[in-house]
Design a protein around this ligand. Structure first.
Ligand code: GAR
Length: 207
């Protein structure tokens, strides 16, 4: 499947996907486009140095959400994008894009949904909230994107312990490592058609 990666920041998840692609672990996904809302995002440089087309686009560039959605939609169509992976993308996708790519947009969240998710729960906010709550475990959730924040069907989760001396930074680093282990597996399974979706339940089929 032709895959677009959306990223707003450093792009270490994007890099982990590129590395898995190079090592042959992602035969069913081709990364053809990187989309970002922040031109300073490290993910742009990672895309360029891997010969992947980039698109800098943000809702603030447009007068209406419809105009933004139309431009994004036509760019995705032009690039022949069939699957979207949000990898540290901090903007909500317009409903028109979500509808167009139903069950073909994946997101990675740095926590165990449905806890510590929803609007405002991204990046270090998640890790701070986990530590303040006193949770003993956090982790990673890869899920399909629907119209609500951090809500669509869960594809894969991985548990990460919270240690007594953790701060948001040390927990983030441990969770990020687990993210890099998890995301490519979910993307490869979806791209290869190796999953079954029944309501909210996603199961992996044997290859
Ligand atoms: C990752 O931890 C990712 O899960 C999180 O942002 C970080 C991006 O790191 N995403 C969200 O919080 C989205 N709600 P990266 O740029 O190094 O991949």
């Amino acid at each position: 499947m032709r895959c677009a990666v959306f990223a707003s920041g450093n792009g270490s998840n994007f890099q982990a996907l590129l590395d898995r692609k190079s090592s042959g672990d992602l035969p069913h996904a081709d990364f053809v486009l990187m989309v970002g809302n922040n031109s300073k995002a490290g993910a742009f440089e990672r895309a360029r140095s891997n010969g992947i087309a980039t698109l800098h686009i943000a809702p603030s560039h447009f007068l209406t959400e419809e105009a933004y959605a139309e431009r994004l939609s036509s760019a995705l169509k032009d690039a022949g994008v069939e699957l979207i992976a949000l990898a540290g993308y901090m903007k909500k996708l317009p409903p028109a894009i979500v509808a167009q790519y139903r069950n073909r947009i994946l997101n990675i969240h740095p926590g165990l949904l449905p806890a510590f998710g929803g609007q405002g729960m991204y990046g270090s906010n998640v890790h701070k909230a986990v530590i303040e709550y006193g949770a003993k475990f956090s982790g990673v959730t890869v899920h399909f994107v629907d119209d609500e924040y951090d809500h669509g069907p869960v594809i894969k989760q991985k548990v990460v312990p919270v240690l007594d001396n953790d701060d948001a930074q040390s927990l983030a680093a441990r969770v990020l490592e687990a993210e890099h282990e998890c995301y490519w597996q979910a993307i490869e399974a979806v791209a290869a058609g190796r999953i079954k979706i029944e309501g909210r339940r996603v199961t992996f089929l044997k290859s």
